[in-house]
Design a protein around this ligand. Structure first.
Ligand code: NAD
Length: 476
């Protein structure tokens, strides 16, 4: 059984949960479901450690980050294998995720000496003003299963570098690699209690953690419905929160776009990680005159996406993470078909041979989809893409914005003036122009509308882990 890492100790309660390989159904390992006592121990130890860590020298934090990067990169292959076995993604996707985690640490290590307040003089006659920045305190990082390592990095990298202490609560189905990474942080010299990981179901373990009065901040990534619940739990004590939630990102393809690049953007953008990405391309709006060519090129590219066990080096798309996810996408596609949609490729789960053991669904493209269909009204968290044809850029923007979500979106055109105007009209926290949805360390990321609020990445993310305080000094 894998163990939780709390207060410098390995902890494992008697109740365990199974972690199974989504591609084969095989048992990978078990994890503990934390008891109330174990959860409280984690919070108490994080609070105790905060007193020293919050005033520690940034040099010390930088050294630990650098050593952690060395240790994690040194085990890249082993960690990628484990991630693929618990999550279902391909080995290439797993190793990219480990790399992303490391680059996140390096980015924030580089900013550690730039956490500045300000000074103001005179505020009034003889009066000096200081604006100081201080860490918030004990932070809970609640992480989903789709990118369990890079999304954990988005939280703990800015939180720890600014002097907060952290308790990670990974998804129950993807806790194993996260535990190994926290262990490597400990080996890198992280002082006792500063970084802890507890495992178990969100509704019990997650809620107990969030409700603990000594927790001052919660960083959450997951479904919009869970985000609303977390907001209500954090509300009574006015705990600081960031919510990175669901999305239904539109992609607009204009007649003058480079259709080959746009088709690649749709192929990678929708089907990377088996379509299980918050910023995946989830709806395409292509101009009438470009639709046929664009769709042809996309279908051609999808032929190369060999679906199979992520551990097989030939696989280009792995298994969906759970049977429930697979069934949800199946239901969404069935609903679209019932409302008149035409399936151009895929549309049925894969069966026979190795496919019978896992949750395999092929890349799927549908057209003639009703705006009322679940593929449009709900988030589609799997490898199915509806393509809509539109008559004008205005119509595309209007339809793109017709969604409760506002996470990301992309515009493909050679007319940069049109693209810039479109970017300001698109209701999205992140707009990609002539680019597939790739997230960079330097640019703040976070949704509008029901995709949440608060930012991860960039210097902006550090602000969410700092309190800004003022001090007035009278020199008279
Ligand atoms: P989820 O909301 O079911 O679970 C996410 C995490 O929250 C897990 O660790 C889970 O155990 C925990 N949790 C569940 N209920 C809880 C509760 N009541 N209290 C405390 N913790 C609780 O989400 P998921 O299905 O794992 O993830 C997929 C969703 O995440 C999709 O909607 C996707 O769009 C979204 N997502 C968003 C971003 C982003 O940055 N905006 C990134 C990745 C995924």
């Amino acid at each position: 059984m894998a163990k939780m890492l709390v207060a410098g100790e390995e902890l494992g309660s008697r109740t365990t949960l199974e972690v199974r390989n989504p591609a084969t159904g095989e048992l990978v390992d078990t994890i503990p479901a934390a008891t109330k006592e174990e959860i409280h121990k984690a919070v108490e130890s994080a609070e105790k450690a905060f007193a020293k860590w919050s005033v520690s020298n940034p040099e010390e934090r930088i050294k630990i980050y650098k050593r952690a990067v060395e240790l994690i990169s040194g085990k890249r292959d082993e960690l990628s294998q484990l991630l693929t076995r618990e999550q279902g993604k391909t080995l290439k996707e797993s190793s990219l995720e480990i790399d992303k985690f490391c680059s996140d640490l390096e980015y924030y290590a580089g900013l550690a000496k730039n956490i500045r307040g300000a000074y103001f003089y005179p505020v009034a006659d003889g009066k000096h003003g200081w604006i100081i920045k201080q860490p918030v305190g004990v932070t809970v990082a609640v992480v989903p299963w789709n990118f369990p390592i890079s999304l954990m990095g988005n939280k703990l990298a800015p939180a720890l570098i600014t002097g907060n202490t952290v308790i990670v609560k990974p998804a129950s189905t993807t806790s194993l690699t996260a535990i190994k990474i926290v262990e490597l942080f400990w080996k890198a010299g992280m002082p006792e209690g500063v970084l802890n990981i507890v495992t178990g179901p969100g509704q019990s373990v997650g809620e107990e953690l969030i409700l603990h009065p000594k927790v001052r901040r919660v960083s959450f990534t997951g479904q919009t419905e869970t985000g609303k619940r977390i907001m209500s739990l954090a509300g009574p004590d006015l705990k600081r929160i960031t919510l990175e939630l669901g999305g239904s990102d539109p992609m607009i393809v204009c007649e003058d776009a480079d259709l080959d690049k746009a088709a690649s953007g749709a192929s990678v953008g929708r089907f990377f990680n088996c379509g299980q990405a918050c910023v995946a391309v989830k709806r395409v709006y292509v101009m009438d005159s470009a639709a046929e060519k664009f769709t042809e090129k996309l279908l051609e590219k999808l032929k190369k996406l060999k679906v199979g066990n992520g551990l097989n080096p030939d696989s280009r798309m792995g298994s969906m993470h759970t049977k429930a996810q697979l069934e949800k996408v199946e239901a969404q596609v069935a609903d679209a078909k019932k409302r008149g949609a035409k399936v151009l490729t895929g549309g049925e789960r894969l069966r026979g041979g190795e496919y019978d053991k896992g949750n395999f669904y092929p890349p799927t493209v549908v057209t003639h989809v009703s705006d009322e269909s679940a593929l449009v009204t709900e988030e589609c968290f799997g490898p199915a893409l509806p393509i809509f044809t539109v008559k004008s850029f205005d119509e595309a923007i209007e339809k793109a914005n017709h969604s409760p979500y506002g996470l990301g979106g992309s515009i493909w055109t050679k007319d940069l003036s049109k693209a810039m105007k479109g970017a300001s009209r698109l209701q999205a926290g992140y707009t990609w122009i002539n680019s597939m949805p790739v997230v960079f360390d330097e640019l703040p990321f976070g949704g509008l509308k029901q995709s949440g609020y608060g930012k991860e990445h960039g210097v902006e993310a550090m602000e969410y882990y700092l309190e800004t305080r003022s001090v007035l000094v009278s020199a008279e």
